[in-house]
Design a protein around this ligand. Structure first.
Ligand SMILES: [Zn+2]
Length: 271
């Protein structure tokens, strides 16, 4: 589907998606007008606190249907995001090289049923969207975590309540500790903009990246900072060297993920 068209539909808040079809060469047949296929779908704008499974339950559709219809490779959603909620099937975006046959096979549906649902055209062109009625299988793209490991090392302290290692009182550990030798290269967990690169109290030398999607990542107790505020970094780019600065009982990287300012468990967001 044409993105502009989708945006126009979203802007108008129409409950139904009208998907325009490019006129295809009709071998030997009479010229035909461009048909408009109405897909049974609505749109939903994600609110704070929504989860994909809660949205799926509310609309009575499988999570996987929403994921494939929106080309999501993980269940991570963010407030303000517009989702297409399909009804009675899924929307499939045609990839180069795909045919009616390969698509039907991928979803476990009859090829004629698939063609009929979409108007029996010549082989679909890459980039167009098709409606796949009642798929048997939903071929999700390989799940990819939103973040990558900033360093490779054992988790020496997880996220959540713990006894503070220095004050020896119950406290809440807002991140995970990765035990790595001092001087280990620390990589950006995802692309973003550096907002903090310097000394920050108990964090010691700290780098904070704003991922501009509600998420921020914190890299603490560093020995050397290699970036500066305002700089944009790519996922995997080396931003610092790990250390043992600030309130730290030994060399490690304290890695924290905050969503809309609140620390969240990084583990489910990592591969
Ligand atoms: Zn920590």
């Amino acid at each position: 589907m044409n993105n502009l068209w989708l945006l126009a539909i979203l802007a108008l808040g129409l409950p139904l998606l009208l998907v325009p079809w490019a006129l295809q060469a009709d071998l030997g047949g009479p010229a035909q007008t461009v048909p408009t296929i109405s897909f049974p779908a609505s749109t939903y704008q994600v609110k704070a606190g929504d989860t994909l499974s809660a949205i799926a339950a509310r609309f009575g559709v499988p999570v996987a249907w929403i994921m494939v219809s929106n080309s999501l490779s993980s269940t991570t959603i963010y407030p303000g995001q517009h989702l297409v909620i399909p009804k009675g099937g899924v929307l499939h975006t045609v990839k180069p090289g795909e045919t009616w046959h390969t698509i039907a096979q991928a979803y476990g549906v009859n090829v004629e049923t698939l063609r009929e649902a979409n108007g029996r055209w010549a082989e679909p062109r890459a980039g167009t969207q098709l409606f796949v009625p009642a798929p048997e299988i939903v071929p999700l793209s390989s799940p990819s975590a939103p973040f990558q490991w900033p360093v490779r090392g054992p988790i020496s302290s997880g996220f959540g309540p713990r006894i503070h290692p220095i004050y020896n009182v119950p406290s809440f550990h807002a991140g995970i500790d990765l035990a790595v030798p001092e001087g280990t290269r620390v990589r950006a967990a995802a692309a973003g903009r550096i907002t903090v690169a310097g000394w920050e109290g108990g964090f010691g030398l700290l780098v904070v990246i704003d991922h501009e999607n509600g998420y921020e990542t914190y890299y603490a107790h560093l020995s050397k900072v290699l970036v500066s505020p305002g700089q944009h970094v790519q996922a995997g780019e080396v931003i610092a060297l790990s250390g043992n600065t600030g309130l730290s009982t030994g060399p490690h990287l304290h890695f924290e993920v905050r969503y809309l300012g609140t620390p969240v468990d990084p583990r489910p967001l990592l591969p």
